[in-house]
Design a protein around this ligand. Structure first.
Ligand code: 6R9
Length: 643
């Protein structure tokens, strides 16, 4: 079943702007003269000064990546100003609230005015080009306004997902020394309130760099306001003009930082710059979703993740699209919510994550069939490998076997989609992200870095740069070179494993490093471990991913308690709550196993390979355990496996 081929339907190919021949022509044009190809693609966005230099990249040594590097632009102009003459009255953002009775529409003209007012107010607070601004907002229009206002004044935004704890928020603010925080009184999700301002107040006790806080009124809940530091958004911006001179930015000036988990305890500040990122966002949004003027496009991600950055805000707005922002969750008030929203707003392109599809699949077809989905033309998937069963259900039930599915592989680091079918050009195979986009050069290497030809399985690397690639880790360029370019020198290492079949199709097999993918969200095992050992009762902890029906992977923690501490059910619950408080609900451990000892090599390294197998119930093939210091530990852990 997994190797089924679903050919592009002739009626779809006939209407698609990119059919197989056009895609071949793009690939050939890029191969023939990459500079000329990108010189023509870069006109998708608005430049104040057109670049003459296209690309200067070195993946060796210190690693340096530059695109369009003598060009000047402002990202907010591409997303707003240049649309005013042609589509000022078109809806830019449809906002759909958590409460099914609340929604609103913002035109390009309104959005431009709101962005300018905030940008003016930010300048008055002293925010300048290059300053870092932290955004900690729910999925409300203000999130997009705040991003674009930062871009307008040349400030670098760093969005922290609203589900992160005060501690996680504080460490991200500290790492990039943000001077302004933009937040809201409270968020709403699935009928519950999220105390954003209260969390922020707690975080800010440890953040001396923050001089001002702008607070959007969302629920109207009571919050503390600190004199001189905290300002209500509405009052602050009310008297500001609705135009604002955009800052001239070099193409390589930073646009944003977004923190993501890696194999070490400390999240990395992935830095994207302006020109290349914007070209990549516009190029991929247009080609992968085959976006047509006037269509309604809905990406269900949160702006706290990279998918929300590129495919709710920058890509769609650069292309003059109508983008839908959803505050709620798929299961509230009931599990038909996604489809109810699709019917209500006549959504044409729908982009979500496999974890949501699997959760909805469990509830059967009725909640889907109840709603009219005839407006939907293209379906997308992102965030983790989609299993063929979920893919086929999405195709058959949600898309009525009419709509192509674009399974889009990419990462925070890549800025936008790298491997995906183009819907009118590439036949799909359920579970495969299929082929690289024009200009993307993936390869599979073995453990020694040898490039494998033909059908092969190994580590996924990218051999050359593309405009949307991250440029550095904020404040730590050596770590950037070390993390991504030292495992296989001269190649960008994705951290993912992949298989390529005889047709050249890529099948992503999941992370090969110590990152686990929980419901499409990256979580470093080391982050969860350091949260656990920060608890007074814990001596040692080892965290691995375990297979999970809905979330793809769950968090499995082995915990060794300090001498004399009793392993009780109450303590187990306390540790789960502790991790949620330390990192946020997305890091909630699914299982905690008391481990009197952990399997270690004689040099003291925890053998995670063994712990992963025990958590996955794959204890038949534990492999070589001869290097273990105390083989008895393993038997003990197998016998007491949880769940
Ligand atoms: C966009 C995003 C990146 C990691 C990536 C990989 C996994 C994302 C995928 C996929 C298989 C897909 N991933 N899309 N795996 N098929 N279509 O999710 O960014 O949060 O940085 O996560 O997600 O493991 O390395 P990010």
């Amino acid at each position: 079943m997994a190797d089924d081929i679903i050919a592009v339907k002739p009626e779809i190919a006939a209407k698609a702007r990119v059919d197989a021949a056009k895609r071949d022509a793009m690939v050939a044009a890029e191969a023939r003269d990459a500079d000329a190809f990108w010189r023509s693609e870069m006109t998708r966005i608005a430049w104040m000064k057109e670049p003459t230099k296209i690309k200067a990249v070195d993946f060796t040594g210190d690693v340096s990546i530059k695109w369009f590097w003598d060009g000047e632009l402002n990202a907010s102009v591409s997303c707003l100003d240049r649309h005013l003459a042609t589509r000022g009255d078109q809806v830019a953002i449809i906002w759909e609230g958590d409460d099914p009775n609340s929604d609103s529409k913002v035109t390009y003209r309104d959005l431009h005015a709101r962005v300018c007012k905030l940008a003016n107010a930010m300048r008055k607070l002293g925010v300048k080009k290059g300053d870092r601004v932290c955004i900690y907002l729910p999925m409300i229009v203000e999130a997009a306004v705040a991003m674009l206002a930062c871009a307008r004044v040349g400030a670098i935004h760093s969005i922290v997902f609203g589900g992160f704890s005060p501690d996680s928020l504080a460490s991200r603010i500290q790492d990039s020394a943000c001077s302004l925080l933009i937040t809201a009184d409270e968020g709403r999700r699935g009928g519950r309130k999220v105390p954003l301002k209260a969390n922020a107040d707690e975080a800010l006790l440890a953040c001396p760099s923050i001089r001002h806080v702008i607070v959007a009124k969302n629920t109207g809940g009571t919050v503390a306001m600190k004199d001189g530091r905290d300002h209500w958004w509405e009052a602050l911006t009310a008297g500001e003009p609705d135009t604002c001179e955009p800052e001239r930015m070099n193409a390589e000036d930073p646009l944003f930082i977004l923190y993501t988990s890696g194999s070490t305890g400390k999240p990395k500040g992935v830095l994207h710059t302006t020109g290349g990122y914007m070209v990549w966002a516009a190029f991929t949004h247009d080609n992968v979703f085959d976006y047509r003027d006037g269509e309604i496009y809905w990406c269900t991600a949160d702006v706290g993740w990279v998918t929300g950055h590129t495919y709710i805000v920058y890509g769609p707005l650069a292309n003059g699209a109508t983008t839908l922002m959803f505050e709620g969750v798929p299961s509230w008030p009931d599990n038909g919510r996604f489809w109810q929203v699709c019917a209500k707003h006549k959504v044409n392109i729908f982009y979500t994550a496999p974890t949501a599809i699997r959760a909805l699949m469990r509830d059967g077809e009725a909640p889907v069939r109840k709603h009219d989905r005839s407006s939907i033309r293209i379906l997308g998937s992102v965030g983790e490998p989609i299993n063929p069963e979920a893919w086929l259900w999405y195709y058959r039930v949600v898309g009525d076997e009419r709509c192509p599915i674009v399974d889009t592989w990419w990462q925070t680091e890549t800025g936008g989609i790298l491997i995906s079918p183009l819907p009118g050009a590439v036949a799909q195979k359920p579970g495969s992200a299929t082929l690289p986009l024009p200009g993307v050069k993936p390869a599979i290497v073995d453990g020694e870095g040898n490039i494998l030809d033909g059908a092969a399985e190994g580590n996924l690397v990218i051999l050359d740069s593309w405009p949307g690639q991250m440029r550095t880790i904020y404040g730590d360029h050596p770590r950037f070179a070390q993390t991504y370019f030292s495992t296989f020198p001269g190649k960008y290492f994705t951290g993912d494993g992949a298989r390529r079949d005889a047709d050249g199709y890529y099948w992503i097999t999941g992370r090969v490093d110590d990152v686990i993918n929980v419901a499409g969200h990256r979580m470093g095992t080391a982050e969860v471990e350091s949260a656990l050992v920060a608890h007074q009762s814990v001596a040692e902890a080892a965290v691995v991913g375990m297979p999970h029906d809905i979330k793809g992977q769950g968090i499995y923690a082995y915990v060794t308690l300090k001498a004399g501490v009793e392993p009780t059910e109450a303590l187990r619950k306390e540790l789960v709550a502790w991790v949620r408080k330390e990192i946020g609900p997305i890091a909630t451990p699914d299982a905690i196993q008391w481990a009197p000892g952990l399997p270690k090599t004689r040099s003291g390294k925890i053998m995670r390979r063994i712990l992963r197998k025990i958590a996955a119930n794959e204890t038949d093939g534990l492999g070589d355990t001869s290097t273990l210091a105390d083989p008895g530990v393993v038997q003990e852990l197998i016998e007491n496996k949880v769940g």
